[in-house]
Structure formats: structure tokens, C-alpha cells
Design a protein around this ligand. Structure first.
Ligand code: TYD
Ligand code: MG
Length: 475
């Protein structure tokens, strides 16, 4: 019997099915299964033939002589920092993001920066014509950078050119447009994306080139198809931002050579992306006067302290079950804070729709935001504004106790820098455990920082501080 000529591949997770179906059983996605020609395994792995010819594999000790990988700095600090201090030779990075968010702009600036610093760099675009890219470079004022440009989508041609040019840094914009002639599947399908990414990553490792692949993100936030690419590359960076806002955030999702909680902040302008070295200023922009429900949280993003405004609204529910809507924070965590406020402080949110928003489109995952969220909720419920020059941070336990958080001194310093004069904070924050921070904290208490501490020990303490009453009636 002849073998079936095609298989059905989920474009979201890459699972292979024998027949078409509406829903992928592997990842649960709907309408993602596409018919693809069955590929012979040989076509995908030409090295298979080389296998079985003697040992060819030498094992090494863990404490070998390998040094920290040398870094290629692009000179764009926000980008380099997210990469862990610059790009690493012989590595592959995937940069994902919504179409039109500014990936091409960011990478063009990065590649121009690298080339200006003497790093041999090429930029291969499969999406735009050369003239278009040149025009953009001129507008951004980086047209003098010695970047080698090419517009090409065929993998074999790209690899051939890379082998000939031997660049230290290569940008492939985007991986979804690249296709290999060893496969019959259409460009952009999982099979093509996976095969091309695999070949490019192999080239990077062999030739010592740093390769950056650009990947588009689908509507539901997945890096399209390239979920199958994520494990091939050394780092996955996500470029995100809200439409209508002009700032963009580069976030590390995976990084074999650096931290994953680091963010780089940029502002999109007429001449490309501008680095934002003081993000707090950006996120607190246009804040105006203190209003009920608005609280400034002193957070830490990666290694940097960042101040952001947290806004809450508790409006009477019109009908049915009350709504809880969250932007920029965790829904489960909000439910927990509401439960603590209801159980430990006797507040009633049952008849209220609760909306929580982290201003500026930042996403916060730190538990240290608990106290700020609780303060915003209490402030909204009682229609009582917090003092205008006040920052808040602290973790709330289910018991209602407010727990200390890390790097209180850095948070307070950032607050002081931006003109805040008081802080709602957990007790132990001013008597930290390590010697250096303890002495730093003591100096703060001694009044050197100019930020007054208001220690909040429990959630009930917070309610009393905001409302001025020990046992306030829920309005
Ligand atoms: P682009 O880098 O092409 O996005 P992507 O590669 O992620 O699809 O960015 C395009 C958007 O950026 C477009 O909407 C215009 C805007 N933009 C500016 O506002 N200023 C600029 O200087 C540039 C180059 C782009
Ligand atoms: Mg683009």
C-alpha cells in the first residue's frame, strides 16, 4: 500500500496528526491544523549519514577552561542589558513581537550600532525592499553605519552569503519569510520555520556568528509557529507595547547567557526608538494630582527600580455577578488581595465591580505590589486619596500580615530621586538582614534619604492608615 503523501501539522505547537481536525489535541488550539507534504527524514538531517563512523565525541570535565563568552555590544544599552551585557558569539536570539511594534526598527538600530563599533554586521530582510530600509535608516540618521544589507528569503542563498561574508552579527528579519527548497511546505508553516531556524542556528554555532531571528506574534500572543523555534535558540526576547502608547518594552523570556527578568524601555519617535534610561519618569508621566484609587508602587524590574502607578476602581455592580478586570497584573493575585481585605479587614467588595490597571501598559509580576494594589483598592472603595508624594510596596500574606520584600533601599532611593517624600512599607524593610542593607536602611530612617517611613504591619493597619479609622464601615 502506498504511504500517505501528507500529514496534518498544528501550526501552533507542531504536533502531527494523521487527519485534519478542528482542534489540536496536543495544545487545544482551534483551527490551527494545516495539511503539509510528508517529508522524508533524510531531507531534514543530512548529517544522519555521518553517524556511526567511530567515536567522534570527546567528553569534557565540568570545570573546563571555557571562559565567559565574549560579548558583542551594540551600544544600545537597553538592548545590551536585556541580552545580559551584549550579544554572545555563536548564539541565536529570537526577537518576537506584534507586527508593526517596531522590531525591524529596533534591530536596524542595534545592527547599525554594532557595525559602527567595528562589528561586522549584516541585515537580511525578507519583508522589506532594500530601498525601503535605506530610506528608514536615513530618517533615523544611521545611514552611515557600515551595515551590509540584503533582501532575500531563500535559506540556501542566505547561508551561502553568510558563509562568504563571515559576519560577526547577522539579523534575519523575519524567520517566517525564510524558506528552504528541501521542503515543499509553504513559507511560514511550522515545517519551514523549524527547518530554517534549525539550519540558521546550526550555522551560528559552527561559524561563531551571533544570529538574531525576528518572529511575528499571533493574535493570542504566541510567537507564531516559532513556539517550535523557542527551544532551538539561546534567548527569546519579546518586544511589546500598547498601541496608542509610544513606549516599547523589550523583555527577556528565556536567556541562556543572562537574566530573564530584565527589561529594556524605549520610546518610539520620529527618528526611531529612543532609549529610556529613567523608566519611572515615563510611567509616572501625566499623573497629575493624587486621586482616590491611584497609588504609586515602587517596584523592581530586573536589576532596576521602577515606579509605576496602580489604578483601581470599585464601582457598584449593576446586575448579576460582580466583575473583576485586571490589566497588567495577575487576576488570581487580585482575588487573593480582595479575599484578605474582606476576611481580615471586614471590607465588602461583593457588590462592587473591581477594575485594576497598571498605568502605562507595564506588566507587574512582583508579589511586592500586593500592598500597593491593596492600597489602591481601599483608596478607591473609601474614595480617599493617598498622599500625593507617597510610594507603596510590600507583600501581603493570607493572614493579612505585610511581609518585607527585597531591595527596599533601592526602591526608596528611586522614590526619593523622583521627589517622593514618604513610603508605606513593611516593618522589616527598615531593619534588613544583611549588614550593608541594614546600615543603608538605618541611614534612611535617620532621615538622610528624605523619605519618611510609614510602617504598615497588617492589611487592617493599611485600612486604618488610609481611612483614618480603626474599624471603618464599607461605604
Ligand atoms: P517596524 O519596525 O516596521 O515594526 P515590525 O518590524 O515590528 O513590524 O515598525 C513600524 C512602526 O514603527 C510603524 O508603525 C511606524 C513606526 N515608526 C515610527 O513611529 N518612527 C520611526 O522612526 C520608525 C522607523 C517607525
Ligand atoms: Mg518588520
Amino acid at each position: 500500500m502506498a504511504k500517505a503523501q501528507s500529514v496534518f501539522v498544528c501550526q501552533s505547537c507542531g504536533a502531527v496528526h494523521a487527519r485534519w481536525q478542528g482542534r489540536c489535541e496536543a495544545c487545544g488550539a482551534w483551527n490551527t491544523i494545516v495539511e503539509e507534504a510528508r517529508e522524508s527524514p533524510q531531507a531534514l538531517s543530512p548529517s544522519a549519514r555521518a553517524r556511526g563512523k567511530g567515536p567522534g565525541l570527546a567528553f569534557q570535565a565540568l570545570d573546563g577552561v571555557a571562559q565567559a563568552p565574549p560579548r558583542l555590544a551594540t551600544g544600545i544599552d537597553e538592548f545590551d542589558r536585556v541580552c545580559g551585557g551584549g550579544l554572545v558569539e555563536a548564539s541565536a536570539i529570537l526577537v518576537g513581537g506584534d507586527p508593526g511594534i517596531g522590531k525591524s526598527t529596533l534591530l536596524l538600530q542595534a545592527v547599525a550600532g554594532a557595525a559602527t563599533r567595528g562589528i561586522k554586521s549584516v541585515y537580511v530582510s525578507g519583508e522589506e525592499a532594500i530601498a525601503q530600509i535605506q530610506d528608514r535608516a536615513r530618517r533615523m540618521g544611521i545611514e552611515k553605519a557600515p551595515v551590509q544589507l540584503a533582501a532575500e528569503t531563500r535559506l540556501e542563498t542566505i547561508l551561502e552569503a553568510l558563509k562568504h561574508e563571515k559576519p560577526q552579527l547577522a539579523i534575519i528579519d523575519s524567520i517566517q519569510t525564510v524558506w528552504t527548497e528541501t521542503l515543499t511546505a509553504a513559507p511560514g508553516t511550522v515545517a519551514q520555520v523549524r527547518a530554517c531556524a534549525h539550519e540558521l542556528v546550526r550555522y551560528a554555532k559552527k561559524a561563531g556568528t551571533a544570529i538574531i531571528l525576528v518572529g511575528h506574534v499571533t493574535k493570542d500572543g504566541q510567537i507564531a509557529g516559532p513556539r517550535v523555534v523557542e527551544h532551538l535558540v539561546d534567548a527569546v526576547l519579546q518586544f511589546e507595547g500598547e498601541r496608542g502608547h509610544h513606549f516599547r518594552i523589550l523583555r527577556g523570556l528565556k536567556n541562556r547567557f543572562g537574566p530573564t527578568d530584565e527589561i529594556g524601555v524605549f520610546e518610539m519617535g520620529d527618528a526611531g526608538l529612543r532609549e529610556v534610561t529613567n523608566p519611572s519618569q515615563l510611567f509616572l508621566d501625566n499623573r497629575g494630582h493624587a486621586r482616590p484609587g491611584s497609588v504609586v508602587f515602587a517596584g523592581i524590574e530586573g536589576t532596576r527600580p521602577v515606579l509605576v502607578e496602580i489604578q483601581a476602581l470599585a464601582s457598584p455592580t449593576a446586575f448579576g455577578a460582580p466583575r473583576r478586570a485586571v490589566v497588567g497584573w495577575d487576576t488570581t493575585r487580585l482575588a487573593m488581595i480582595l479575599a484578605v481585605l474582606e476576611t481580615r479587614c471586614g471590607l465588602a467588595f461583593g457588590g462592587r465591580d473591581v477594575y485594576l490597571n497598571v498605568a502605562g501598559g507595564l506588566k507587574i509580576s512582583e508579589p511586592a505590589a500586593d500592598l500597593a494594589v491593596a492600597a489602591a483598592l481601599v483608596s478607591a472603595l473609601f474614595d480617599q486619596a493617598l498622599p500625593e508624594d507617597c510610594v507603596v510596596f510590600g507583600e501581603i500574606a493570607l493572614s493579612g500580615d505585610v511581609r518585607p520584600v527585597s531591595r527596599a533601599d533601592a526602591r526608596l532611593k528611586e522614590a526619593e530621586k523622583l521627589g517622593f517624600t514618604q513610603a508605606f512599607l513593611p516593618r522589616a524593610a527598615s531593619s534588613n538582614t544583611t549588614a550593608s542593607t541594614a546600615s543603608q536602611a538605618r541611614r534612611l530612617v535617620a532621615g538622610q534619604s528624605g523619605v519618611k517611613h510609614r510602617v504598615i504591619a497588617t492589611a487592617a493597619d493599611l485600612v486604618a492608615t488610609i481611612t483614618g479609622q480603626e474599624y471603618p464601615e464599607t461605604p
